[in-house]
Design a protein around this ligand. Structure first.
Ligand code: NAD
Length: 503
């Protein structure tokens, strides 16, 4: 049930919504204040199709006001001492942990993902934030002698500047925690543009940063249903120095074009077409279990999902039998129900898209092994679906499915497996299953992807550099690379008169 109420905050009068006992701001957050709601849009629970909240629908003017605040706060935030910045991060991390239940339940409510998955995402997001908290206090430059003597080269790092962070709906907390942590840790102020499907989790995250004491203007949040216009307005403003985007390759490409005139620094985490390679010596049971996780987690709506399962003919029958058996056992339902494995598709429109994909895959030389239909009743559920594909020379075989649809391709050699795996414009995550470590390395080195899971189907970690090659993106999130996406090296040349100083 939705209860819209007005509550007084120290800083401003802010509208909130109370869901499952958790109070969530529904306004825009600009210059340290929650701004009152004017025009609103509906947030829907995909497990029921019902409206759960109305949020402020931001305009170009709101986004530019957020950029005003970010630009005004940039110099001071960029010069906060590393230890003070790290202290804020640690405070925010502790507050996040205190608010785990509110954030986890809100994530399940607006994205539909099962509670267990939401908890896993929460833990990973909190770990990312902790990783950045630890990194913030330990960013070092270099010192070198000029190559022909007479001067010294000191290299330091400076924040790139005010940054626009655009996130998708499929991992409502992880996507923003991963980006915001790196940007803020580097000393950049941020304007966050949430995904309209899952803005509530983003609001709780930003509220946590506010309560932790991040100064006004350092963090700003704009929700909107006019993403294209709002982003274009911010991208055209010369004060914006960085865009960090996670979403589809098409939108990423549009943003890169918008970044070109002003040479705006850009990081792009885009779509994937993940090959999941099972070689003839693989532990088939392990491969099948991991493929289920990798394919059906988040109802298949993950950039790193196993999009094409490529299996050596020597184990294809055994693998397929087990995989289909496991897929049939998955429980589909509301993420709040006990024992549910697969939640709903994010919207009615997306579920219609899944049905169209099934029809397309059914129209080529393929065999439907299980599933294939929407689930009757309320909400946007779809059966876990498995196809064996006999002819891969079809456009639909090189498309990101982003759905609970697994496609299995049989190959006769390791070389053919690599060829099929690389036959895509994408290059985000790939997976290899083999008992031979040398083979695993040899194959991994030949896969055109930014990441390879060896005998495992899940691999996001704060210590790992997450990102893709080819149409899957530019730059990395996590690991030691992430914070440097928001920093620019700056070199100071200092003349040193070698004849002096020793007298
Ligand atoms: P999307 O590209 O439609 O939307 C992503 C974000 O961009 C949303 O906030 C949306 O409102 C905004 N947006 C849409 N059009 C825009 C425009 N013209 N200008 C500026 N912003 C715009 O993607 P989606 O459907 O939300 O997410 C699914 C896609 O995201 C898939 O392709 C998936 O693979 C990809 N993804 C990639 C990663 C990764 O780390 N590489 C992670 C998650 C999702």
């Amino acid at each position: 049930m939705t209860i819209l109420s007005s509550e007084t905050d120290e800083a401003t009068t802010a509208a909130t919504v109370t869901l499952r006992g958790h109070t969530i701001p529904v306004g825009l957050y600009i210059a340290g204040q929650w701004r009152p709601v004017s025009t609103t849009f509906d947030v829907v629970n995909p497990a029921t199709g019902g409206v759960i909240a109305q949020l402020a629908d931001g305009t170009d003017a709101d986004a530019l006001a957020a950029l005003d605040a970010a630009a005004a706060a940039q110099d001071a935030w960029g010069h906060v001492a590393p230890r003070d910045r790290a202290d804020l991060f640690h405070r925010a991390h502790r507050l996040l942990l205190d608010r785990a239940d509110a954030i986890v339940e809100t994530m399940t409510l607006e994205s539909g993902k099962p509670l267990a998955e939401a908890r896993g995402e929460f833990q990973l997001s909190a770990d990312f934030f902790l990783w950045y908290a630890e990194q913030v206090a330990h960013l070092h430059g270099t010192y070198a002698e000029g190559s022909r003597g007479g001067y010294r080269v000191i290299t330091t790092h400076q924040p790139v500047g005010p940054s626009l962070l655009i996130t998708p709906w499929n991992f409502p907390l992880l996507m923003i925690a991963r980006k915001a942590g790196a940007a803020l840790g580097a000393g950049c102020t941020i304007v966050v543009k949430s995904a309209k499907e899952t803005p509530l989790t983003c609001a709780l995250f930003v509220e946590t940063l506010h309560d932790a004491g991040f100064p006004p203007g350092v963090v700003n949040l704009v929700h909107t249903t006019h993403s294209a216009d709002v982003s274009a307005a911010v991208m055209a403003d010369p004060r914006l120095r960085k865009v960090s985007f996670t979403g589809s390759t098409g939108v990423g490409s549009t943003l890169l074009k918008q970044a070109a005139p002003g040479i705006v620094n850009a990081s792009m985490e885009l779509g994937g077409d993940g090959p999941f390679v099972v070689l003839d010596d693989a532990d088939v049971e392990l491969a099948a279990q991991q493929a289920i996780l990798c394919k059906f987690r988040n109802a298949g709506q993950a950039c790193v999902a196993a999009n094409r399962i490529i299996v050596h003919s020597a184990v294809a029958e055994e693998f397929t039998r087990r995989f289909v058996e496991l897929a049939k056992n998955l429980r589909v339902g509301d993420g709040f129900s006990e024992g549910v494995d697969v939640g709903p598709i994010i919207s009615a429109a997306q579920r219609d898209g899944v049905a169209r994909l099934v029809a397309e895959l059914g129209s080529i030389d393929s065999e439907l092994l299980t599933g294939g239909s929407p689930v009757e009743g309320e909400g946007y559920f779809f059966e876990p679906t498995v196809f064996a594909i006999n002819d891969r020379d079809n456009d639909v075989c090189n498309r990101e499915l982003f759905a609970p649809i697994a496609t299995i391709y049989t190959v006769d050699s390791t070389r053919e497996a690599i060829e099929v795996a690389n036959d895509t414009s994408y290059g985000l995550a790939a997976y290899v299953f083999t008992r031979d470590l040398s083979r695993a390395i040899a194959v991994s080195e030949r896969l055109d992807s930014g990441m390879v899971g060896i005998n495992r189907g899940i691999m996001a970690d704060p210590a790992a550099s997450f990102g893709g090659v080819k149409s899957s993106g530019l730059g990395r999130e996590g690991g030691h690379h992430a914070i440097h996406e928001f920093l620019e090296p700056k070199y100071l040349a200092i003349t040193v008169d070698e004849s002096k100083g020793l007298e």
